[in-house]
Write a protein that binds this ligand. Structure first.
Ligand SMILES: Cc1cc2nc3c(=O)[nH]c(=O)nc-3n(C[C@H](O)[C@H](O)[C@H](O)COP(=O)(O)OP(=O)(O)OC[C@H]3O[C@@H](n4cnc5c(N)ncnc54)[C@H](O)[C@@H]3O)c2cc1C
Ligand code: SF4
Ligand code: SF4
Length: 430
């Protein structure tokens, strides 16, 4: 029998609440549902986590890579972890011995548990019902030609300051739903970002339990050389949250704060985050962008970078194909500017789900209509697929891709595995 288990000691997996940006990536990734969250913290259930490490590299902050040697009977419960504001220190040898754990057993736990859990992890994955899980196809590696991304230059404990240099409603004025295009300038502070990365904004004030607000994440909507080329600025696409995911009225803390910012105001920024939702840079690489609402932010960034490259005459671009969904045309961010992009530059497909008097159409419906073109792209190893927007869209979109592949005579298991392995299918939903 394994010494560590015999001695009642485990290496407990914990998330650092001071660094975690509550992005949900780990919860979506964990194959055995060991991760959960409340309004305060993301936590790992000690009785379910098997140390498979699948969540470690996708976490954009590294906050999930924490381990504590604990007597089994004193393992931190999720209720306890929900209340944490910082990680508890490692128990001392004396504390472990007082709990009946010898130094030898503690050492065995540190060394043996990951090895032991690899087998458990495999068994757990195999025992999970074979239901369709879109998250399993999402790549955790970037395309091979992606540029190097800087991350975590500014941590939540030491944010930097940016100045608002632009803020306008980029959806049609006069409607309840409102999305703003915000431009932030970093002055002389280094804050290099790539298309597909995100930044965190910390709203001023404290939450209901008197704690400083945690950072909310927003995708960068501008290309790598700035919203205004040559300036140290980034743009964001921020939707006011006025109702929660269930449709009940609520005033989102950070989104409303950001949408109400005035030119000249300053904001606290952390990040940048993200190392895999990055665009390919090799000539003739194709980009298929599938998004809803503010999921358009990274797509705007990629499209604009390709547009600038094309304008410079130095880049032989591949195809750009966009599937963009919103409830109504009025709610679609950047509707006007999208219309002015040349047809031979980008293939735009718009779906509206709440246009009065018209049948509901979602991005998946458009993808099925364009099955022949998508199948050709799925067969081409230079194609990269990006999905961003509402969590509820993810499964439908990946299922549509699977159906397109299958109907074209492709084996989805082979195609899906290649897309993941080669960093060619990226999912970012929230
Ligand atoms: C990787 C990533 C990228 C993101 N990019 C963007 C972006 O580009 N633009 C953008 O506007 N947002 C983006 N978000 C969402 C953003 O981080 C916030 O969750 C959102 O702005 C709500 O924050 P809040 O403080 O206003 O609401 P909170 O005060 O945190 O929440 C208020 C209530 O609304 C619910 N809620 C939270 N978010 C939403 C939502 N999106 N829709 C409906 N209900 C919600 C909460 O569950 C809660 O009940 C992104 C999130 C992630 C993880
Ligand atoms: S190590 Fe594996 S089982 Fe544990 S939380 Fe991470 S993904 Fe889940
Ligand atoms: S920052 Fe890391 S630990 Fe926190 S929710 Fe995201 S993936 Fe999970």
């Amino acid at each position: 029998m394994d010494m560590a288990v015999e001695a009642g000691v485990i290496k407990q997996h914990l998330i650092d609440p001071e660094i975690c940006i509550r992005c949900n990536t780990c919860e979506a990734t964990c194959p055995v549902n060991a991760i959960t969250h409340d309004d305060n913290n993301y936590v790992v259930r000690a009785d379910i986590c098997n140390g498979c490490m699948a969540c470690i590299s996708p976490c954009p902050t590294g906050s999930i890579d924490n381990w504590r040697t604990m007597p089994l009977v004193r393992a931190y419960s999720i209720e306890e972890q929900f209340t944490w504001e910082s990680l508890p220190a490692e128990l001392s040898t004396e504390e472990l011995e007082a709990a009946g754990v010898s130094a030898e057993a503690a050492g065995d736990a540190a060394a043996a548990v990951p090895a032991q859990t690899q087998a458990q992890a495999q068994a757990a994955v195999e025992s999970v019902e074979p239901v369709f899980n879109s998250a399993q196809y999402g790549a955790t590696v970037p395309p091979w030609s992606a540029a190097h991304a800087y991350t975590n230059l500014f941590a939540p404990k030491a944010p930097t300051t940016a100045t608002v240099v632009g803020n306008f409603n980029c959806t049609e004025a006069g409607f309840d739903s409102e999305t703003h295009h915000i431009v932030l300038d970093f002055g002389v502070v280094p804050f290099p970002v790539l298309e597909g990365q995100s930044i965190g904004i910390i709203a001023p004030g404290v939450d209901a339990i008197g704690k400083r607000h945690h950072a909310r994440q927003y995708s960068v909507a501008s290309p790598r050389n700035g919203e205004r080329p040559g300036y140290n600025n980034v743009s964001l696409t921020v939707k006011r949250v006025t109702e929660d995911h269930q449709g009940d009225p609520v005033r989102g803390v950070c989104s409303n704060y950001v949408c109400d910012l005035k030119v000249g105001d300053t904001v606290q920024v952390v990040g940048p985050f993200g190392t895999s939702f990055l665009m390919p840079n090799h000539p003739r690489s194709h980009i298929v962008m599938i998004c809803t609402g503010t999921g358009s932010a990274p797509m705007r960034a990629m499209t604009e970078w390709r547009r600038r490259l094309r304008k410079s005459g130095k880049f032989e671009g591949g195809k750009l194909m966009l599937f963009f969904g919103a409830r109504t045309q009025q709610e679609l961010p950047y509707f006007g500017p999208l219309q002015s992009l040349p047809k031979d530059f980008i293939d735009i497909n718009l779906a509206f789900s709440r246009t009065p008097g018209q049948p509901k159409r979602y991005v998946q419906d458009l993808m099925r209509e364009r099955a022949a073109d998508l199948a050709a792209l799925l067969k081409d190893g230079a194609s990269h697929f990006y999905v961003c927007g509402l969590k509820s869209m993810e499964e439908g979109v990946v299922l549509a891709l699977r159906d397109v592949a299958t109907e074209a005579g492709l084996d989805w298991d082979t195609v899906g595995a290649a897309l993941k392995r080669e960093g060619r299918l990226h999912l970012e939903t929230y």
